[in-house]
Design a protein around this ligand. Structure first.
Ligand code: PLP
Length: 391
């Protein structure tokens, strides 16, 4: 029955939460371990879940409820919650490749994912290619006989580049490779990569799924067989979700659709306002008809999301003056929550990326990235107006 429900009904009522007292709000099983009565029971619980729980690094009922909800929302067979988005990204990637394999990712992606592909995977004997743009052609040109993974982030960070998930997944499958999509920026409300052919979805639940800037968590969604292998990695590496963190994400999911609808609408207004502003030279938002990825985004997204970037005319100095003059928008790293957050990618979030790679990815010195929150849109427009006056 839950498979037929609408998005928010699934987000609220999907996922089993066993509770003897029939609590409406899900209980938090804030326990590291679970007791058992016989040696035989302990041995059984130690091997397989479900049914039953033995140790929270293995599995936990609150965390399991989150996994079942996200699997439903992403149309996946199963899911695995992790302690952070990078816990999800690294566990999914390390489940998909082994030494001697080759993996492809765009260089304009979240900076820690960039470092995973640029430094960490090669040090484990996995060959990687970081492609300068995220078009299907660029992925195709990077293919090698041993390619086992195409990693996609769309819209991507911080330039809002759009990758055609269906085409890249099909390309991966011609080589027996897996397509992993980071769906953090779009959210399952706006886009479901698994229905477009991707094999695995990863999330930083720290962002929209949690939605309130108060939790660090991640989720991997995919076929049961893949999740089972990823679980083994996570249990051994230890990036397991904490029950209270999982509970905060469950609470966030209940309002995901409401928040994202508003963020989609407000981001469009902010993007249109900035596109018409004389002190702004460029606006990157897939909802604008002028955006190069607009047609693909229209096909594969139900909404264009709450993220955008823009360049202030004149480069670094005026860009930083406008950035520092913002009052409602908070200068903070991270995204996807109730408060509008702005960052200066050339200065902060891309600091780990070499300057030439950053420039090739189009990250200009005066670029400002905006994660539109749920404040009143008028207040956001007024804030950008007064800040740009000081640019
Ligand atoms: N993926 C994307 C697209 C992100 O933007 C981020 C963080 O900003 C991450 C993954 C990493 O998430 P976390 O900080 O929860 O580890």
């Amino acid at each position: 029955m839950s498979k037929q429900w609408g998005f928010t009904t699934k987000a609220i009522h999907g996922g089993k939460m066993p509770d003897v007292h029939k609590a409406v709000a899900p209980p938090i099983y804030q326990t590291a371990t679970f007791y058992y009565d016989t040696a035989e029971e302990g041995a059984r619980l130690g091997q397989e879940i479900p049914p039953g729980y033995i140790y929270t690094r293995w599995a936990n009922p609150t965390t399991r409820a989150l996994e079942e909800k996200v699997a439903l929302l992403e149309s996946g067979e199963d899911a695995l919650a992790t302690s952070s988005g990078m816990g999800a990204v690294s566990a999914a990637v390390l489940t998909a490749v082994k030494p001697g394999d080759h993996a492809v990712a765009p260089s304009a992606i979240y900076q820690a994912t960039y470092q995973l592909f640029a430094d960490i995977l090669p040090s484990y004997g996995v060959q990687t290619t970081l492609i300068p743009d995220s078009s299907t052609d660029a992925y195709e040109r990077a293919l090698r006989p041993n390619t086992k993974l195409l990693f996609v982030e769309t819209p991507n960070n911080p330039m809002l580049g759009i990758t055609e998930i269906e085409a890249v997944a099909a390309l991966a499958h011609t080589r027996g490779a897996a397509a992993i999509a980071d769906n953090t920026w779009a959210t399952p409300y706006n886009q479901t990569p698994l229905t477009l052919g991707a094999d695995v979805v990863v999330h930083s639940a720290t962002k929209y799924l949690g939605g309130h800037h108060d939790v660090t968590a991640g989720v991997i969604v995919g076929r049961a067989e893949f999740i089972k292998r990823a679980k083994r990695q996570v249990r051994i590496f230890g990036a397991t979700a904490d029950p209270f963190g999982a509970w905060l994400v469950i609470r966030g999911l209940a309002t995901l659709a409401l928040r994202v609808e508003r963020q989609n609408a407000s981001a469009r207004r902010v993007a249109e306002f900035l596109a018409g502003h004389q002190k702004v030279s460029k606006v990157y938002y897939p909802g604008l008809a002028a955006h190069p990825g607009h047609a693909v985004a229209r096909r594969q997204m139900r909404g264009f999301g709450g993220m955008l970037s823009f360049e202030v005319k004149g480069g670094y100095a005026p860009g930083v003056r406008a950035f520092e003059a913002l009052q409602v928008c908070k200068r903070a790293t991270s995204l996807g929550g109730i408060s509008t957050l702005v960052s200066h990618p050339a200065g902060i979030s891309s600091v780990q990326m070499p300057k030439d790679v950053r420039e090739a990815a189009g990250i200009a010195e005066g670029l400002i990235r905006v994660s539109v929150g749920i404040e009143d849109a008028e207040d956001l427009l007024n804030d950008f107006e007064q800040a740009l006056r000081q640019a």
